[in-house]
Write a protein that binds this ligand. Structure first.
Ligand code: HAM
Length: 424
């Protein structure tokens, strides 16, 4: 046995989880297609400077969790495995001149991401997100469209109790004054804060609202709410989004202390949460507006909004609720044989069945026919085709436990296809 294990936080997905991931991913693409979001596949690594600028140099994601790759050969650029998809999507929007298309440009992707974090249930170093971005529209209508799309995706998977925790994090006009109010609120207790939170107080006080440190959590409970400090435009936008979500029937929980761990957000910010889940596991996804990001990355000032839903957490939630879809079924037909020499013939017949649209596998072993039949039953096959020594085929119905007389190949294959149609 090999002494190798999968690296910490990087998992093998076995059945039924592998099928569940595939299923949730297929449903994500289908939800995006149905809403007119164009698919985009982004590279798995980008210049690390892209993430530093977009997500923010002081964010945990960049300062602690980025996997940087050593430059190779003539290439002096440091790349990083992507920790999120928004920066890459906005980079692509600028690079491919998508501003000349009708706005907003609606993009969707399902992406594998990497963050160096302490692994625990629901938090992995490699994980998958369903990511939606709508770039080029500043009105509250697109906020409603995007928030509803994520909520409907989760609901349609069976997570019907999902809640949208909604906040506005303001804009460059109103946020600086709020940040100072927040700093003033925490400064009297600075000595009680952890070292990390003392440095957050100095560099980015908003992050304190997201801290898990007991002293900070205690003080944050009485912190002023940003929604009381928004400028007139942000207040109007937030009111419009809140009212619109009520009209659509999306369950919203006002969350005036919700801040997100990425620096690019402005105005609308939200999370999809499952009530009653432990720790991070209930945080299925999150998103927000990023009205300054296109410009920050070198493009013409253009607003944007999007969300990402963690597929790994969705699958965990489905599992906890007994809602996992059944794993892919075994083959409907197994092609067995009496003589070892018939192996090639068995493989050919199985291929012919698959070409006709029925799942099938050959038993390629030289085992006795009884063992081959046992294997077919274990696989849950509906029927077995047995290649007889004289080349005739026998069709055995495993569901009805009946067997036809040996016959010519064409007739038996037609009968097998009919059997799967009737019983499959
Ligand atoms: P985020 O909140 O960093 O946002 O991640 C969104 C979701 O990805 C989380 O709610 C969680 O379900 C999942 N997730 C994050 N980290 C992990 C992990 N280590 N293991 C498993 N799942 C994880 C973003 O990434 C933004 N780019 C979302 C966005 C798109 N904002 C605008 N557009």
């Amino acid at each position: 046995m090999s002494g190798f294990q999968s690296p910490r936080g990087l998992r093998d997905l076995l059945e039924p989880l592998a099928s569940a991931h595939g299923w949730a991913t297929d449903r994500a693409w289908a939800a995006a297609d149905a809403a007119g979001y164009a698919r985009i596949e982004l590279p798995i690594a980008e210049e690390s400077a892209l993430f530093e600028r977009a997500v923010g140099g002081t964010s945990d994601i960049v300062s602690k969790e980025l996997y940087r790759l050593e430059p190779r050969g003539d290439d002096a650029v440091t790349l990083a495995l992507r920790p999120e998809a928004t920066a890459g999507a906005v980079r692509a929007y600028i690079q491919h001149g998508m501003r000349s298309q009708p706005q907003p440009v609606r993009l969707a992707t399902v992406a594998q991401l990497f963050r160096y974090d302490r692994p625990q249930k629901g938090r992995y170093r490699q994980f998958t997100q369903f990511d939606i971005e709508a770039i080029g529209d500043s009105g509250p209508g697109i906020d409603l469209e995007v928030i509803e799309l994520g909520a409907a995706y989760l609901r349609d998977l069976g997570l019907t109790d999902v809640q949208v925790h909604l906040n506005s994090v303001g804009c460059t006009t109103c946020r600086p004054a709020y940040v100072e109010t927040l700093r003033a609120h925490f400064t009297p207790v600075v000595q009680e804060l952890s070292e990390v939170d003392q440095s957050r107080l100095a560099t980015n006080p908003l992050r304190l609202l997201d801290s898990k440190e007991p002293a900070t959590v205690k003080r944050a409970a009485s912190a002023p709410a940003i929604t009381d400090h928004l400028c007139a435009d942000c207040t109007a936008h937030h009111a419009s989004v809140t009212a619109g979500l009520a009209t659509i029937g999306v369950a919203v929980v006002p969350a005036p202390r919700l801040v997100r761990g990425l620096d690019y957000y402005t105005r609308t910010a939200w999370e999809y949460l499952l009530p009653g889940e432990q720790g991070q596991q209930g945080a299925l996804g999150g998103g927000g507006r990023y009205d300054g990001l296109v410009e920050l990355l070198g493009g013409t000032p253009t607003p944007g909004i999007g969300f990402a839903i963690g597929i790994d957490r969705v699958v965990l939630a489905l599992e906890a609720r007994g809602l996992l879809p059944t794993a892919a079924a075994g083959p409907a037909i197994v092609v067995a044989g009496i003589e070892p020499e018939s192996v090639a013939e068995r493989v050919a017949i199985a291929g012919q069945l698959r070409a006709a649209g029925v799942s099938a596998r050959a038993d390629v072993s030289t085992r006795k026919i009884g063992k081959q039949l046992e294997g077919a039953v274990r696989d849950g096959a509906l029927a077995v085709i047995i290649v007889e020594p004289d080349g005739h085929l026998t069709l055995r119905d495993l569901v009805k436990a009946s067997q036809a007389e040996p016959a010519e190949r064409g007739g038996v294959i037609a009968a097998a296809l009919q059997l799967v149609k009737n019983e499959g």
